[in-house]
Design a protein around this ligand. Sequence first.
Ligand SMILES: [Zn+2]
Ligand SMILES: [Zn+2]
Length: 491
Amino acid sequence: MSAPLPRSLDPAPGELLPGYLLRMAHRLDLKPLDLGRLCGLVTGSTFPARHMVRLDQDRTRHIADVCRLNPAEVHGLTLAGQAPGYTPLRIDYLGRHQSTVTMANDGWVLTAFSRYCPDCLRDTADLPGGPVWDGAWRLPHTFLCERHQRILDWQCPTCHAPAFSNGYRADGRWRPTQLIPAPAQRLHPARCRHRRSTGPNAACGQGLDQPARPPVRPAAAMTHAHQRLAEAATAADHEVASLGQQVSAQCFFNDIRATVAAVRGTWPMAGELLTDIGPVDTITAHIEALRRPHPERTAALGDGRVARTFGHPPADPLAAADLMAITVAILDNPTGHHTLAHLLSDLPSTSTAHIRLRHHAQHCSPAMTAVIRRSVRFPRKAAGPPALFPQPATHRGRLDPDAISTPLPEHWTAPLDELGAPHRQLRRDAAIRLVQMATGCSRRSAAFHLQIPLGSLHSATISIQAWQKEPGNAAAYQKALHRVAEIARHG
Ligand SMILES: [Zn+2]
Ligand SMILES: [Zn+2]
């Protein structure tokens, strides 16, 4: 049990655990790693990023005791406390249980770095311990500062590493994330903690409160999208609009993810359909980078792992702003399902987005589920014969076509009767197929051979084809036909 610290700090509104600890460490002149140890957040030499997602009761109590806070204040320092409506933070997400480790590595849950507003860092610089890193900056859909009306920054102007990160390796993968990067180094909270080499004082140290370029102002559609996403993320219980219906925040965020997949998978189609959104060059650049072959993709882009993982929102806040403006515009429109139907039916059936959507559809709003089910052509299972197989002449010379009659002799039909198909029609269809197996003739000639009238041939074809398309039936039917042929051969 660690003793309470001699001095503490009040958490600032919206502040997240890493930023809070950074201010506290600076105020007490401690290494963040040592403060993390006192708070029970360090295991061996690792300082896991997952602690910013959610804390268990014992850890919450321990941090509260050490930092002289109450447990509710500690919970408020986690993303789970700050964004109760943001579905990807839930333990059960998209029908599966996810650990906090999985969450800390999933770009839809939180970013492996922190976007930031230099103006906000300057505005809060006089607080005890230094400026506040806003928790919402870690959420992938936070791309602008409403207070300062600017698109957030994300890369250090000096070393170009994404802020509050360990940067990435030469192959484009993120270095392991930590709750606070370079935690053994004492640095002012506004300074870049990216380590360009190993060594005791290797952190970059650039002041991130010093903007390197004039601010980029958001377009009205970006601000609107940002507000919609922020409201839904903080709404634990109340409903939000999506495709003209009131739905839970959970469904809304799943609709967002499905729409992003549809927009990206068919780009530039959405840009052409929604011309009033304005220029969208950043999305084009982002998608061109994603479509480059690996490894050229990671080498050329320079924004690391984000380019390797198709499903995540872009790391660059400006590209994220453009993408979310389009996405929210589609979902805001009560007839947005028409746009979605256009996009979804154009998705290549082998694309990653396609595979994701198949799993995703069931977790979306009813309108989104319906449009996905209607518009996405799911590939048929590659295994087994196609549902409507032609009948090859597998028994030529082994089976006498003149021994086949309709109706089929009663003692031949046991393998067919087990299949659960329309009884009479299946026997007629099987007789036709047995003649084809014996002769290799067409379906029509086989019917003629059996003296089946054309009308009866058509009705057998229609009812049996419908049954054959059900999963597993085609393969079972083929097997049963071979068993019938064996019975026929041996009398
Ligand atoms: Zn700001
Ligand atoms: Zn730097």
